[in-house]
Ligand binder design. Structure first.
Ligand SMILES: Nc1nc2c(ncn2[C@@H]2O[C@H](COP(=O)(O)OP(=O)(O)OP(=O)(O)O)[C@@H](O)[C@H]2O)c(=O)[nH]1
Length: 220
């Protein structure tokens, strides 16, 4: 058995070009990749972090933002413990699409999923979305909120560490079924220390979202 306490699946979604791949690369490899292409379908990376002396393995799924991959990427929502919905603070259209992404989440993800809204590219000088606008959206939809810059490595570590902390607490409090089986989308190396949202698929009950409605932080 591998040496970790919990394995969590974290899935990034959001419009093409908002910086999902850069956030994942920054966190897992510590770099800001120069001019890379759009994600095709889905990609994943693994990073183990330490939370209160325990090793927590994060399996981070980076999905393609382009519409044509939507049916592939949707199938990854259901086994996610956390969904990170990313928009670009310098692009109003990426923010305007958030309600569509929320509908997708409600349709395809577990109602127990931890939902995080991320406003990326805070380093840009042509910001269109003030912090308060993102905060307000997250608040209204019971999501955590944080602003990041993958380029400047601002809040990226914090984003993933806070998710790992929160998921660890949720598992310990019985929010997820501890020993439920791994979904069919997992790679072969997934060990037995895995917890999954027990309530999958379309059975969304609005009230269940309240359990995930806290803030991580906003950079101001
Ligand atoms: N200024 C700035 N640019 C960023 C940041 N993050 C990403 N970018 C740029 O935004 C563009 C798109 O980044 P990606 O990470 O490929 O975006 P994506 O969301 O993964 O896109 P898809 O794979 O098509 O869904 C690239 O040119 C990045 O260099 C950031 O924090 N600041």
């Amino acid at each position: 058995m591998e040496d970790y306490k919990f394995l969590f699946k974290v899935v990034l979604i959001g419009n093409a070009g908002v910086g999902k791949t850069c956030l994942v690369r920054r966190f897992t490899q510590g770099l800001f990749p120069p001019g890379q292409g759009a994600t095709i379908g889905v990609d994943f990376m693994i990073k183990t972090v330490e939370i209160e002396g325990e090793k927590i393995k994060l399996q981070i799924w980076d999905t393609a933002g382009q519409e044509r991959f939507r049916s592939i990427t949707q199938s990854y929502y259901r086994s996610a413990h956390a969904l990170i919905l990313v928009y670009d603070v310098s692009s109003q259209p990426t923010f305007d699409c958030l309600p569509d992404w929320l509908r997708e989440m409600e349709q395809y993800a577990s109602c127990k999923v931890l939902r995080v809204l991320v406003g990326n590219k805070t380093d840009r000088e042509d910001r269109e979305l003030p912090t308060a606008v993102g905060e307000d959206f997250a608040h209204r939809h019971n999501m955590y909120f944080i602003e990041t810059s993958a380029k400047e490595a601002d809040n990226v570590e914090k984003l993933f560490i806070e998710i790992a902390k929160e998921l660890t607490q949720l598992v310990r409090s019985g929010h997820f079924d501890k020993d439920s089986k791994v979904g069919d989308l997992s790679p072969a190396d997934v060990g037995s220390n895995v917890s999954l949202p027990s309530d999958r698929g379309n059975q969304v009950r609005g009230s269940d979202y309240a359990c995930c409605s806290r803030w991580i932080s906003s950079s101001s």
